[in-house]
Design a protein around this ligand. Structure first.
Ligand code: 26W
Length: 824
């Protein structure tokens, strides 16, 4: 008999009930008495107690979904950068107060237990965190969604600094086990690789079969994705690779035990580690294996396990839309074709028509080098049948294009899914564009540039496919959880509806004119700073003055994001003071805070980390600055640190070269937490500035068309160096070895890059940036006026809720509807 909703028991929702449940988990789940339990035991028992509350909702959600069969969104993403789970689970279940009180009655501090949790760092940066925000919003909006991804055994590396240089350490986030995952080895699916294809004729029809020569098991691990106070818990299903039994056995039986173990290791390697490259694909075979592994497992899971038995696949698009988070899961497209053609016996046209209705593609970049291509050699070796299918898709598509533009052979060649140079390779973005219902960029400017530049031929040929959905962030994690003080202040003023309807922050606008409200707003910011100062002291041994302006640049380290521009500002101030051109007492006390990981193979980025730390070491110790300008660079920036840093920030640095940052999402988090932004006209900064108003945003720098013109004409960085003494002095100071014990070679590559190669025009924007920083200082000198602007930033940034992003996806792309889960 299947369980029905009314049979699912709900755990107790009272302090006494909680204490009972917690002690039971500690003793009988964890096997520990109160007196012997470590803090980690207590954390695990608490996590298990809280997850029980989610589990009853989860079961009810699954029952409900089985009964109503509403259309679901399958979010396919190689990365989900979730952050810690406990706080979010407490928030979703409204258990915060009960748990805090219950634990206190046992003499246990909730915050201490929360700090035990290792965050699952299963993503690199923006793209992975966006996926986590999106599934949070879908659950909260009662949209049936299943997230599909990879359960990496090692997430993004742990960054340490040795003499200021980045040294990567493995992130063994599962070492103590995770109470938030539910393995289902019994539901494993088998995924094939390699081998060959075989064509034959059956009843006069040509049929093809793929005979892989090796296989792995994909074992699902389920995670709960709770909606906020709404009784829904969606599922995130992450796949872990394991050796197949039969595969092992055959080798084992052949007597080669060590070969069998090696095979097992090879299989498990697939989900071993997250590739730490953000935006420079290395074309590694293991990465393609990862992509096919999770894409194929997810499709099979949905078709075989989620759909009811006997479902008519012709109507698949009524039940599902597969959203492709960048090109990483695009191999799912030929995989669905293969299933329909080879396993279900459909003919090409009907398979293709259905496939084209089931996928949509989001592009997250503008950098040409970040667009993924797979060499035909590798793809053909690993997935021979898929390559055949891709060739056929391309052939049909190019024939169509040829018919549309009979005299434009060049255009036809440009649009080929197969690139010919420098080697034959499959352009995954083109495949996704041809096969999907929709292609979207992640901010207005980005979507425009996709249409006009990156995918111009495609947008001319099929303009209706192209759309924009501006990114967003979840207000639950990034305001309500991360900034409890601001949340209370807001709720006191306008009620708590904003948590699920962020546009209501608009109601704060009049309060920007209320002196008492501004005073309390400043109190909140000051308290958040103190909290951060305390954290940095114990976490990193860094001393920060809570009275200085907290100027924050946190994001992956990448040349296009221009951390060196921020650093040149600092070096230039230091240099001016040293020369006596600027009195230290005229500097606004500031703590320039960086957080950034560099891809381990990205030399220039790692050098930049070395330089930031070197400059920090020097200026933090030099009495000439009277302690008024300091650098803080805590290692290992992650979601957990972001949640502490962002609420404390005064100034948010969003200074990428115009036309390079697809959207940015940190920019949104800062604005929602009452920081002001200094930024270029790039990505979602454009929309942010339009919303908060020019007078509440520090704009500087070249615009995208200006950048394009300079690049077209030939960028000459030395002309800026020669004509600008401030800039020259700053660069010369670095080149002189002032930050490297007199060794001129240490940072020479950075200096000569800026002077002779830099694709991101740092020197061209230098003076404009310094000027804008002066405007910042003048504004900061009037704390009350600054607070007015900060309140307006909060009040006018509600648009950046990922709930709004989800509504846009639903209206423009997915066409799915809310399915409220009946509560017990
Ligand atoms: C190694 C291959 C590779 C290529 C691209 C890995 C990762 C990528 C991503 C597309 C990089 C990424 O995270 N892009 C960011 O996506 C965010 C969410 O849309 C945007 O806010 C950022 O602007 C964009 O850089």
């Amino acid at each position: 008999m299947t369980q029905t909703a009314d049979q699912i028991t709900t755990p107790q929702h009272s302090v006494e009930g909680f204490v009972q449940d917690f002690l039971r988990e500690l003793q009988f789940g964890q096997g520990m008495s109160m007196s012997r339990a470590s803090t980690n035991d207590q954390y695990l028992a608490l996590a298990r107690t809280v997850r029980t509350h989610l589990m009853s909702r989860w079961l009810r959600t699954l029952d409900h979904q089985r009964d109503v069969q509403a259309k679901s969104v399958a979010y396919l993403s190689a990365e989900f950068l979730l952050g810690r789970q406990l706080g979010n689970a407490l928030l979703a279940t409204d258990l915060e107060e009960i748990v805090e009180e219950g634990l206190a009655s046992l003499g246990i501090d909730l915050q201490r237990l929360r700090s035990m949790e290792k965050e699952p760092g299963l993503g690199n940066g923006g793209l992975g965190r966006l996926a986590a925000c999106f599934i949070d919003s879908l659950a909260t909006m009662n949209i049936p969604c299943i997230g599909y991804g990879i359960r990496y055994e090692y997430g993004i590396f742990r960054q340490t600094f040795v003499d200021g240089w980045q040294v990567e350490k493995p992130d063994a986030w599962l070492a103590q086990g995770s109470p938030w995952e539910f393995p289902h080895p019994e539901a494993a699916v088998t995924i094939g690789f390699g081998g060959r294809t075989e064509a034959s004729t059956v009843d006069g029809r040509l049929v093809t079969r793929w005979i892989p020569d090796w296989q792995v098991q994909a074992v699902p691990y389920n995670y709960m994705v709770p909606g906020y106070h709404n009784g829904r818990v969606n599922t995130l299903r992450l796949w872990s690779a394991a050796a197949t039994e039969s595969f092992d056995l055959s080798i084992f039986n052949a007597g080669d035990y060590s070969a069998a173990v090696r095979a097992q290791t090879a299989a498990e390697n697939i989900s071993k580690v997250l590739y730490p490259e953000d935006s420079t694909p290395q074309g590694k075979e293991l990465r393609l294996q990862q992509q096919y592994f999770f894409a194929a497992a997810s499709l099979k899971d949905f078709l075989d396990n989620v759909l009811p038995e006997g479902f008519d696949l012709h109507r698949l698009d009524e039940r599902i839309v597969f959203q492709l988070n960048d090109t990483h899961p695009v191999i799912a497209i030929p995989e669905l074709m293969r299933i329909l053609l080879d396993e279900k016996g459909w003919d090409w046209d009907e398979a293709w028509a259905l496939t084209q209705r089931c996928f949509a593609y989001t592009c997250h970049t503008l950098l040409p080098e970040a667009l993924e291509v797979w060499s035909v050699e590798l793809l053909g070796r690993l997935l021979p049948r898929h390559l055949e299918i891709i060739y056929r898709i391309n052939e049909d598509f190019l024939a169509e294009v040829h018919t549309a533009y009979p005299d434009d052979e060049l255009r036809v060649r440009r649009m080929s899914i197969i690139a010919e140079h420098p080697e034959r390779a499959v352009r995954m973005a083109y495949l996704a564009t041809v096969a999907g219902t929709k292609v979207n960029g992640v901010a207005e400017l980005h979507s425009q540039l996709l249409r006009d530049k990156v995918l111009q031929d495609f947008s001319e040929y099929m303009p209706e496919k192209f759309t924009n959905v501006t990114n967003g962030v979840t207000p639950r994690r990034f305001v309500r959880l991360a900034n409890p003080r601001l949340s209370s202040l807001i709720t006191e003023a306008i009620g708590d509806g904003w948590v699920t309807d962020l546009d209501r922050l608009r109601e704060l606008e009049p309060l920007a004119e209320d002196a008492e409200f501004r005073r309390r707003f400043r109190e909140v910011k000051a308290a958040n700073k103190t909290r951060l100062v305390d954290l940095l002291k114990v976490r990193d041994g860094i001393e920060v003055s809570p009275d200085s302006m907290l100027d924050v640049m946190v994001k992956r380290l990448h040349e296009y994001k221009r951390q060196t521009l921020k650093l040149l500002h600092v070096v230039s101030l230091y240099d001016q003071v040293r020369r006596g051109d600027l009195a230290a007492s005229d500097i606004t006390p500031r703590t320039v805070t960086f957080g950034a990981k560099a891809a381990p193979g990205y030399k220039m980025a790692k050098q930049t980390i070395g330089l930031i730390n070197a400059v920090g070491r020097t200026i933090n110790a030099d009495p000439v600055l009277e302690g008024r300008l300091r650098i803080a660079f805590p290692a290992n920036y992650n979601v957990t640190l972001a949640e502490r840093l962002i609420p404390a920030a005064d100034l948010s640095e969003q200074i990428s070269l115009a036309g390079k940052e697809a959207s940015g999402t940190g920019n949104m988090k800062f604005a929602l937490n009452g920081a002001l932004t200094i930024g270029t006209d790039d990505g979602a900064n454009v929309e942010l500035r339009q919303l908060v108003g020019d007078e509440n945003f520090f704009l500087f720098g070249l615009t995208e068309p200006e950048v394009a013109e300079i690049v077209e004409k030939g960028y000459r960085p030395t002309s800026f160096y020669e004509s600008n003494a401030t800039l020259r002095h700053a660069l010369d100071l670095i080149a002189s070895g002032a930050f490297s014990d007199g060794d001129r070679r240490t940072f020479e590559p950075i200096v000569s890059n800026l002077l002779y190669e830099d694709r991101f025009l740092v020197l061209a924007d230098f003076q404009a940036y310094l000027d804008a920083q002066l405007v910042v200082e003048r504004a900061y000198a009037d704390p009350d006026a600054w607070a007015r602007s900060a309140v307006l930033n909060v009040a006018r940034s509600g648009f950046f809720s990922s709930d709004r992003s989800m509504r846009d996806y639903l209206d423009r792309i997915w066409h799915a509807e809310a399915a409220p889960v009946p509560t017990a």
